[in-house]
Ligand binder design. Sequence first.
Ligand code: SAM
Length: 285
Amino acid sequence: MAAAAEPIWWYEHDFFVGIRQGLQVRLLYTERSPYQKIEVYEHALLGRILVLDDILQTTQADEFVYHEMLAQVPLLGQREAPVSVLIIGGGDGGVLREVLRHAWVQRVVMVEIDERVVRVAAEYLGINGNYDDPRVELRFEDGSAYVRSAAARAQPFDAVIIDATDPILGPGEALFSRQFFADVRACLAPAGVMVRHLGNPAYQREIFRTGVRWVHEVFGSVQVYRAAIPTYLGGDMAFVLSTNDGHSCQEPRLALRGRYYNHAVHRAAFVLPTWWQEVMEEAQA
Ligand code: SAM
């Protein structure tokens, strides 16, 4: 679809709390895949923007914050180098780029339900890792079905990184349930680590509380860390992490200097506001 000539005002659908995000953008591309509406916009400051079913996913300007923090904290927080990594979702390719930085990663399976997101994001945003890297197996299927069968395949993963659309509509709903977390745990190696984002607790407190509760119920322990991503309204985004054997990921094993991530940021990310701690205590009661 041809690009719009003049900038338009685009509004993300609200966060169900009467708050909207408006951006003055130019529409570059739109299509409807079998799973969702895919749009790419351009913003003077944020660069190119991927939008799925009217929800902003990522922007060229600050995608590195989210992708470095989602991937590097679990990978570098592990006591041993994770060798096999499963990415669920991640269609813009940013998490894959972060995982492939490390030579000690020998196998990456990326399970993304929508091939069109991968192709459109690669063409218009160009933030993806190398899909042709011999370590990468790219599968276009539902991540919830994959993890359910992965346990039976007995190919445990050292790390599972869930990079899904918001769990409030569309295909991403299947990646946010107690059963899904249980299936993820079943395909982890004995000291494996799982991570996903839980959105922004200030606006999406129930998602935060529910995610913490389910992870605690399934894994027996839960670790939360945070990062502020300018594109996402509402302050810090929460990430929930847990390990199969309950060990902590708060001490980075190696030093890495990313565009956002570094040793000190890794540690500091686990320092949480009191109200987050209180929500977490309620969720684990
Ligand atoms: N990195 C961005 C962010 O900040 O959240 C966006 C993540 S990425 C674009 C979300 C991906 O999850 C999309 O490509 C979407 O197609 C994929 N996805 C949603 N439901 C899925 C499912 N059930 N199985 C596999 N992938 C799924």
